[in-house]
Design a binder for this molecule. Structure first.
Ligand SMILES: CC(C)(COP(=O)(O)OP(=O)(O)OC[C@H]1O[C@@H](n2cnc3c(N)ncnc32)[C@H](O)[C@@H]1OP(=O)(O)O)[C@@H](O)C(=O)NCCC(=O)NCCS
Length: 147
């Protein structure tokens, strides 16, 4: 399946895929984030997998961070989101998307790529490992409402 940088015509499909990955996120927020990404091409990129019959089958979003846990260089490139439609999983689409993101990072001069996944996302963990990523830490998030 062909992988390429996001194109203007991909907007609705990209939104569909983002909604599938971040189901709890409001459409308005997803749209705002997309506008931010497209407005910051220097530091952010999106690659999509194009279905032969039209439409998208997956995406990866990559950006830059000042640093990340366990990385030996700074700044670093960072996989912000990685998603493949369920009917295409296990066929190499995800690996192709990550390869495109890594090529983008190399072209920007980065030596390391970081990423994350939820601790109970077995498939996400296995796919990261299969693509050469090693676990560098496990975070617990907290919140407290300030009265
Ligand atoms: C993670 C995800 C993007 C992988 O996409 P994919 O198209 O299935 O990945 P690929 O088919 O290219 O597989 C890449 C490698 O990961 C391995 N892999 C993928 N899914 C796996 C699973 N469930 N269990 C074990 N290994 C897996 C593959 O075997 C392959 O390794 P190999 O080439 O050595 O065989 C996809 O499962 C997905 O969208 N999951 C839901 C969203 C998600 O969890 N995203 C990642 C965290 S944000």
């Amino acid at each position: 399946m062909q992988t390429c940088p996001i194109r203007p015509a991909d907007h609705d499909e990209w939104l569909r895929l983002r909604k599938a990955l971040w189901a709890d996120c409001a459409i308005e927020t997803l749209n705002e984030e997309m506008a931010d990404i497209l407005g910051d091409r220097e530091h952010q990129a999106v690659f999509v997998a194009v279905r032969p019959a039209g439409g998208l089958g997956g995406f990866v979003e990559v950006s830059t961070h000042p640093h990340a846990i366990g990385c030996e260089t700074r700044p670093i490139a960072y996989i912000e989101g990685w998603y493949v439609d369920p009917d295409l999983r296990g066929t190499g689409v995800g690996r192709g998307l990550v390869a495109a993101a890594e090529s983008w990072a190399r072209s920007k001069g980065f030596d390391e790529m970081a990423s994350d996944t939820l601790f109970d996302n077995e498939a996400g963990l296995a796919a990261h490992r299969a693509c050469g990523y090693v676990v560098t830490g496990r975070l617990i998030h907290f919140r407290k409402r300030l009265g």
